[in-house]
Design a protein around this ligand. Structure first.
Ligand code: FAD
Ligand code: NAI
Length: 478
């Protein structure tokens, strides 16, 4: 006998657990299945984001930034101390505790919302007259449990992409998982891929003392970022000591118990050998669908391994939905969450909606980089007439008080209507500042709207107001 539900969610990452909670809030009898376990074998819901992604990386970014400030910035504030030391084991333990708190928080939310949680691997076992059968193989072993429901939401996420010939061993060749758990600061650290993970993880280990070299295949740095902001970022990271080599071609990678060597040719075609204590490979992620039993219901994946869905997250099979990293679109936790809410609402006949034009991106380096909407190069390429306004943090009183004046806010607005088309920030707390831009764009605000809103003084957000004023060439403080 199978246990019957209205909705079964496979995967409890940010997409899945939020879809499960919203489904339950809407009165649906909901099950959520997730296979992730912690070191003790206990359930660890929250997916990549909570266990080996957003949360632990931000914990280490915070800790390493404190260390960096103590070394390089406290003296400017008149704070002196005799000796500074690093307890890496404690830093990693703190990170693990932050993760555990988040895992426990999700289990609590499941209980509170009456979501039935199953700790195991979920796989389709075929279509039924009314819905689908899903088997759960418990992590602890034993007989599978059979569940059935009219609706199934696939939220199985993604995993790190390997370089051919260099599989992750998480000792010498590390994915994001191993990169968050290095027990001794490597003297020399190599990374392949200067995308989001490469820059965030490279920053963590550089701040803790590693000599970091990042090898990037593309000739341009942060190609998806507004070019002016990317140039500023490259300058800042290089000044900090991150060595970023663009346009390289990675060749053979050899690892032994002591070191990793990476053969590569640089942009000029010259051959090099990079020898390091550890190698982090951060060249993107691939959707995770292995063992899901998609074939039992006649679903297949596309050439990228993603489950094809329409704008509403509907797969080719009725009442089978897919969302988050396992489908098209940016691989971001908040995108997955928004899709989770929207799918649950669509199941009960509401009109859940995700605006893909206003999904913010943040890179949590120092300076932080955040943006929403179109870049200047995109507007130029599409021939969209625009006006741009920028304001440097150098001229912002709060940034000076913080002692962090790198970067700027840049506002792009339609030349005729003045509607905001994109906002790009590099600088302190860009991750928080970007929210104002997202709200403005959701409400189709003009740059004039932002320029006329009272912003607290002194605050970093005044830089956004000033950049909006600068669109009309009337910045007040620059
Ligand atoms: P996932 O979080 O991958 O969750 C999928 C879950 O499904 C997992 O728990 C998995 O075990 C489970 N699962 C898979 N198959 C099965 C099965 N058959 N049965 C049962 N369970 C299954 N995004 C941001 O927005 N901000 C950030 O700061 C950020 N930082 C990141 C840092 C790193 C190092 C990494 C790697 C990623 C980061 N991301 C960040 C991306 C973010 O983690 C993902 O976009 C997000 O986790 C996707 O959510 P999801 O629910 O689609 O999938
Ligand atoms: P990424 O797509 O951000 O960057 C990968 C980089 O590797 C690219 O610059 C690419 O050109 C390069 N590359 C690919 N193949 C290569 C090769 N063979 N040799 C050299 N360079 C190569 O992917 P990343 O950093 O692995 O992160 C995966 C995803 O996780 C991100 O795209 C993002 O969606 C998510 N993420 C989000 C974060 C955030 O929101 N702050 C933080 C970390 C990850």
């Amino acid at each position: 006998m199978s246990q019957q539900f209205d909705v079964i969610v496979i995967g409890a990452g940010p997409g899945g657990y939020i879809a499960a909670i919203r489904s339950a809030q809407l009165g649906l009898k909901t099950a959520c299945i997730d296979a992730w376990s912690n070191d003790q074998g206990a359930p660890a819901p929250g997916g990549t984001c909570t266990n080996v992604g957003c949360i632990p990386s931000k914990a280490l970014l915070q800790s390493s930034e404190h260390f960096d400030h103590a070394q390089h910035q406290f003296a400017d504030h008149g704070i002196e101390f005799k000796a500074l030391s690093l307890d890496l084991a404690k830093m990693i333990t703190r990170k693990d505790q932050v993760v555990k708190q988040n895992n426990e928080g999700i289990l609590y939310l499941f209980k509170k919302n009456k979501v039935s949680f199953f700790h195991g691997t979920g796989a389709f076992a075929g279509a039924l007259d009314q819905g689908y059968a899903v088997n759960v193989s418990p992590v602890k072993g034993g007989e599978p449990t059979q569940l059935s429901a009219k609706h199934v939401i696939i939220a199985t996420g993604s995993k790190a992409r390997e370089l051919p010939g260099a599989p992750f061993d998480e000792k010498m060749i590390l994915s994001n998982d191993g990169a968050l758990n290095i027990s001794k600061v490597p003297k020399k650290l190599a990374l392949i891929g200067s995308g989001v993970i490469g820059l965030e993880m490279g920053s963590v280990w550089r701040r803790l003392g590693s000599e970091v070299t990042i090898l990037e295949g593309l000739p341009t740095f942060l190609g998806a970022v507004d070019e002016q902001i990317a140039r500023e970022a490259h300058k800042a990271f290089t000044k900090q000591g991150l060595k970023i080599e663009l346009g390289v071609k990675v060749g053979e990678i050899k690892a032994n118990a002591k070191e990793v060597s990476v053969a590569y040719t640089d942009a000029k075609g010259q051959a090099h050998q990079l020898v390091a204590d550890k190698l982090i490979v951060s060249i993107g992620r691939v959707p995770q669908t292995a063992g899901l039993g998609l074939d039992t219901i006649g679903l297949s994946v596309d050439e990228k391994g993603a489950i094809p869905v329409d704008d509403l997250c509907r797969t080719a099979k009725p009442n089978v939905w897919a969302l988050g990293d396992v489908v098209r679109g940016p691989m971001l936790a908040h995108k997955a969450e928004e899709e989770g809410v929207a799918v649950a609402e669509r199941i009960v006949g509401q009109h859940g909606h995700v605006n893909f034009n206003t999904i913010p991106w943040v890179i949590y380096t120092s300076p932080e980089i955040a943006w929403v909407g179109q870049t200047e190069q995109q507007l130029k390429a599409s021939g969209h007439a625009y006006r741009a306004g920028t304001f440097p943090f150098l001229a912002n009183g709060r940034a000076r008080a913080l002692g962090d004046t790198t970067g700027m806010v840049k506002v792009l607005a339609d030349e005729k209507t003045d509607e905001i088309l994109g906002v790009h920030i590099i600088g302190p707390m860009a991750s928080e500042l970007i929210s104002e831009a997202v709200v403005a764009m959701e409400f189709k605000a003009s740059s004039e709207d932002i320029a006329r809103i009272c912003h607290a003084h002194p605050s970093l957000s005044e830089a956004t107001k000033e950049a909006a004023l600068a669109v009309d060439k009337r910045a007040l403080n620059f």
